[in-house]
Design a protein around this ligand. Structure first.
Ligand code: E4P
Length: 285
């Protein structure tokens, strides 16, 4: 049963359906699940196939589909995100074709795309056709502004996933980005839902809940920590550790044409490179 204070949706961040079952048992509810190439590459069955040398660039996709279907069987009404394979050179046409393939796995699935120029062109096309999209590897308010503006009028649902932990890793106060995007979107009456990702601590989880984040995706380690400290404890009473990370100031950005925003972020590129390396590692000889 979901605690009564909790209006935020809680997803599991994992490529392993066994963890989906466990999280559902531990929390008593689960609103969805996010996967990414690095997480799916850690799935025990996929690791076994890799070790047996029986994975190829084509067969890995049927394995990914099986994983997504197993998750859906456990949480049939949950929102499930699967990621389009893309590297820094992938053109939007390929992302659109791959996104359509993923969207065909089952109704309601969310297609994850990188928050880059090509990813946004693809998101605009897919979401206008009614496909749900989740814009991943978001590290700046400008990128979130572009997600909003590129998908105005979308027929599908749109998520943006700001990565808190990876901003903390480079000395910033990642939660500030969530607060800034939520404020900007409220001012714009945005259709985009904010999905707090890269959650590494209860401070991140409760910071997102207290900020009014629409959705948060948490790894199994955080499910366990949360359960251990009591799911019904009010996050408003949580004592946050004092952080000396740099604050991220709010930027008063005007709503406008998405191509005019400066959406480059080094961490987005690094994130794409890491996903590609983990994915290709599965069928490297
Ligand atoms: C979820 O959609 C993200 O891919 C995930 O939260 C990233 O987390 P990490 O920064 O711990 O890899």
């Amino acid at each position: 049963m979901k605690p009564s204070y909790l209006t935020t949706k809680i997803f599991l961040d994992s490529g392993n359906p066994l963890e989906t079952k466990q999280a559902l048992t531990d929390l008593g509810f689960l609103d969805g699940q996010t996967t990414n190439p690095s997480l799916v590459a850690k799935n025990p069955r996929i690791v076994e196939l890799k070790n047996a040398g029986s994975l190829s660039e084509d067969s890995i996709w049927s394995q990914y589909k099986l994983v997504a279907e197993e998750i859906r069987n456990i949480i049939p009404h949950g929102s499930i995100s699967v990621e389009v394979f893309s590297d820094l050179e992938t053109p939007h046409e390929e992302m659109i074709n791959r996104g359509k393939d993923l969207a065909g796995w089952f109704p309601g699935i969310f297609v994850k795309l990188p928050t880059t120029h090509e990813g946004l062109v693809a998101a605009r096309a897919l979401s206008s056709e009614g496909i749900n999209v989740n814009m991943t590897l978001c590290f700046s308010q400008e990128q979130a502004a572009a997600v909003h503006s590129a998908t105005v009028g979308a027929a599908g649902q749109v998520y943006v996933s700001p990565f808190i932990g990876r901003l903390d890793d480079i000395g910033f106060h990642g939660i500030d980005l969530i607060k800034n995007i939520l404020l900007m979107y409220r001012n714009w009456n945005s259709h985009v839902q904010v999905l707090g990702a890269s959650i590494r601590s209860l401070d991140h989880l409760f910071g997102c809940i207290n900020a009014g984040c629409d959705i948060i995706t948490i790894p199994m380690s955080i499910v366990e920590l949360w359960k251990a400290q009591g799911l019904n404890n009010d996050p408003a009473q949580h004592e946050f550790a004092i952080s000396d990370n740099k604050p991220i100031p709010y930027r008063d950005i005007s709503e406008g044409d998405w191509v005019l925003y400066d959406i480059h972020h080094e961490l987005t590129n690094k994130g794409i490179e890491k996903f590609v390396a983990d994915w290709k590692g599965l069928f490297a000889k």
